[in-house]
Write a protein that binds this ligand. Structure first.
Ligand code: F6R
Length: 569
C-alpha cells in the first residue's frame, strides 16, 4: 500500500525520472500521487501523469497513495509539508491523534486528515526548538506507534533522510545517485546493488553515500548484489497486463520447474526436510496466495503429512504453534502485513519459518530461515495470476517428494493448452457479464479453486461471486439461487457428489456451467489428475474473470479500491 521514491543525485534530473520510477510502484496504490522537488509541491488525484516539466533538481521525493486515513483528494495526497519539512509516508501511525493533539497544542495547523502529516509537523517543531535532525528522527521513531517507511526533506538541506518500521524500504545504490524506494522495482532497471532497511533504522542519504543508524548508533551496512529477472513492464501486444501475465504462465512455470531442479535444488530439498522433520506444517497467506496454500495443504495431507493452511489475518485465532511447527508463508509480494504479523507471532512461539515468495529480498523472504522463489517475474496487474499458477506448482513439487506424483513435468504444456479455451470463455463472459451474482462450487481440491475463481471475478469485474464448497450449498446458500443464476461447478472425473450439487441448483433454475474433465462438461479440461485439474481450472477461471471484466469495460489492471501489495493491517 503506497509507494515511495526519493532520489539524491550528483547531476540534476527532472520530474520525469522521478515519476517514471514512481510509476513502477503504482501497483502499490493508485488513488492519488505527488512529489516535492525543493520548490514545487505537486499533488494530484488519479493515476500518475509523467509530465515533461524540465525543471531539474538533485533531490526530490514522491508518493503514490492507497488511502488509509482521510479521503482521496489533493489535500490528503502526499507529500505533506510543514514549515521547512516535507515528508512522504507509507504505513499507519497508530498514535497519530495523540501526536496531532500535542502538536496542535503547540500551535501547529494541520492541512490534511492524514496520520502522516504529524511526521512533518513533529520534525519541523523540533527543528524550530533547535534540536538536531538525527536526534529528532531517533526520538520520533521512539514515539511513533505503528508502521512507517518515510522519506524526509528539509529546506536548505540537500541530504535525504529516511526511516522505516515494518513498511518496506530499500536503497538502490548507483554510481551517480541513490534511489530510495518501497521495493527493488524502483531501481532494478539501473542497479543491482541495494541495501534493505530493517526495523527502526534510519539513514542520511547523499548522492554518493549513505549512513545508517539505529538507536543513535551508526551501523555498518553494505550494499548487496541482487538478481532479478528482467523488468516485465511492457504490455507488448496485449490489451492488459493481466492477459499478458496469464499468457506467460507456461513459460514462467517451466522456468520454475527447471530452477527447482537446478539453482533452487538445495533449498528445495532443505524445505522438504523441514516438512519431514516438523510435527506439523502450517501455510499462512492472504487472498490468492491463501488459495494456493490450501492446495498445498491438501496435496501434502493426501500423502499423510500433517499440513494446514491458515489465513494470515486470523492466524492467532485458529492455530496452535510451537517449536516443532514449520510455518511456511506464501506471498507474491513478500510484503503482506497480515502475513508478516503471523510470522512474528510464529517466531515468538519458537516455530521454524520458511517462505515461498515471488519478489526476492522482500521482508517475508528476509524473515525466513529458508525461502523458495516462484520466479513468476513481475506481476503488474493487481490481480494475481501467473504467481498463483507457480505457487500451486511449488506445492505440487513439494508433495511429489512425499509420493504425490501428479504430472508436474507436464504442467507448462498443459497450461499452454488452457489458453486455447479463450474464444469459448469470451463467449461465456458475454453471457455472464450482466449478472449481479454468480456462484462457483468445488469439492476437495476444487474448493480452493472455486474460491480463487470467485475472487478473481469479484476483484476485477465487480460482480458478486461466491466460491464455496459444493457440499455446503444446501446448508443455506441455495436459498439465493433463482431462475438464471449462474453457477459454475468444478467437477473432476464426473465426481457424483459434485454432479448432485450441480443438479440441486439446476432444479432451482440455475444456469449451470460445468468445468470438468469429461465430454459432458461445458468446458472439458484435459487434466489427468485432480491436482492438474485444480491448477488448470484456476487459469481457466482467470481468463473467464478477465473476459467478464473486459465485457464490462472496467480498468482491469488497476481495479477500484485495491492495491497489489497490502502492507497495512
Ligand atoms: C488477488 C490478489 C490478492 C493477493 C493477496 C496476497 O488477485 O492479488 O488477493 O493474493 O493480497 O498478496 P501477496 O501474495 O503479495 O502476499
Amino acid at each position: 500500500m503506497c509507494g515511495i521514491i526519493g532520489i539524491n543525485a550528483t547531476e540534476p534530473y527532472t520530474s520525469q525520472e522521478l515519476l517514471s520510477r514512481l510509476k513502477k510502484l503504482e501497483y502499490r496504490g493508485y488513488d492519488s500521487w505527488g512529489y516535492w522537488n525543493g520548490t514545487q509541491l505537486v499533488k494530484k488525484v488519479g493515476k500518475i501523469e509523467v509530465s515533461d516539466d524540465q525543471q531539474a533538481v538533485n533531490v526530490a521525493i514522491s508518493h503514490t497513495r492507497w488511502a488509509t486515513h482521510g479521503g482521496v483528494n489533493e489535500k490528503n495526497a502526499h507529500p505533506h509539508r510543514a514549515g521547512k519539512v516535507t515528508i512522504v509516508h507509507n504505513g499507519i501511525i497508530d498514535n497519530w491523534k495523540e501526536l496531532r493533539t500535542g502538536l496542535e497544542a503547540k500551535g501547529r495547523g494541520f492541512r490534511s486528515e492524514t496520520d502522516s502529516e504529524a511526521i512533518a509537523h513533529y520534525i519541523d517543531t523540533a527543528l524550530n526548538e533547535g534540536k538536531d535532525i538525527l536526534a529528532i528522527i531517533k526520538l520520533l521513531i521512539e514515539e511513533i506507534h505503528g508502521t512507517f517507511a518515510s522519506l524526509i526533506m528539509i529546506d536548505g538541506d540537500d541530504t535525504l533522510y529516511a526511516m522505516k518500521r515494518d513498511s518496506p524500504l530499500a536503497l538502490g545504490v548507483c554510481k551517480d545517485r541513490m534511489i530510495l524506494g518501497s521495493d527493488i522495482y524502483a531501481f532494478s532497471d539501473t542497479t543491482n546493488e541495494a541495501i534493505f532497511f530493517e526495523n527502526d533504522e534510519y539513514a542520511t542519504i547523499r548522492p554518493t553515500g549513505y549512513t545508517f543508524y539505529k538507536n543513535g548508533e551508526e551501523l555498518v551496512k553494505e550494499a548487496k548484489a541482487f538478481k532479478w529477472t528482467t523488468m516485465e513492464e511492457d504490455k507488448q501486444e496485449y490489451a492488459h497486463f493481466m492477459l499478458k501475465e496469464i499468457h506467460e504462465e507456461p513459460s514462467v512455470n517451466q522456468r520454475l520447474i527447471d530452477s527447482l531442479q537446478t539453482e533452487q535444488d538445495v533449498h528445495f530439498k532443505e524445505l522438504v526436510d523441514l516438512i519431514k522433520n516438523a510435527k506439523k506444517t502450517v501455510f499462512t497467506a492472504a487472498g490468492t496466495a491463501y488459495h494456493a496454500s490450501l492446495l498445498g495443504a491438501s496435496f501434502l495431507h493426501k500423502c499423510g503429512v500433517n499440513a494446514q493452511a491458515i489465513i494470515a489475518s486470523e492466524f492467532e485465532n485458529f492455530i496452535t504453534i510451537d517449536d516443532e511447527t514449520l510455518v511456511i508463508a506464501v506471498s507474491q509480494s513478500g510484503e503482506t502485513m497480515d502475513v508478516i504479523e503471523a510470522l512474528k507471532y510464529s517466531k515468538d512461539k519458537g516455530a521454524t519459518i520458511a517462505s515461498i515468495v515471488n519478489v526476492p529480498y522482500s521482508t517475508i523472504e528476509r524473515m525466513s530461515s529458508l525461502s523458495l522463489q516462484i520466479l513468476a517475474g513481475q506481476e503488474v496487474a493487481v490481480a494475481s495470476t501467473k504467481a498463483f499458477a507457480n505457487q500451486a506448482t511449488v506445492m505440487l513439487a513439494l508433495a511429489q517428494e512425499f509420493g504425490y506424483a501428479n504430472g508436474l513435468a507436464g504442467m507448462p504444456k498443459k497450461l499452454a493448452g488452457v489458453l486455447a479455451f479463450e474464444p469459448e470463455l469470451q463467449k461465456l463472459a458475454q453471457e455472464l457479464h450482466e449478472h449481479r451474482d454468480l456462484y462457483v462450487l468445488g469439492r476437495g481440491l476444487g474448493y480452493p479453486v472455486a474460491r480463487e475463481i470467485a475472487l478473481k471475478i469479484k476483484e476485477i469485474s465487480y460482480v458478486h461471486a461466491e466460491g464455496m464448497m459444493g457440499g455446503e450449498l444446501k446448508h443455506g446458500t441455495i436459498a439465493l439461487i433463482e431462475n438464471g443464476t449462474p453457477v459454475i461447478s468444478l467437477v473432476y472425473n464426473d465426481d457424483p457428489k459434485m454432479r448432485s450439487s450441480t443438479q440441486e441448483v439446476k432444479a432451482r433454475g440455475a444456469r449451470t456451467i460445468v468445468i470438468g474433465t469429461t465430454p459432458q462438461a461445458e468446458l472439458n479440461v484435459p487434466a489427468e489428475s485432480e491436482a492438474e485439474f485444480a491448477i488448470l481450472a484456476s487459469t481457466l477461471g482467470q481468463l473467464l474473470a478477465y473476459y467478464i471484466a473486459l465485457a464490462r469495460n472496467l480498468p482491469i489492471d488497476k481495479p477500484r479500491n485495491l492495491a497489489k501489495s497490502v502492507t497495512v493491517l
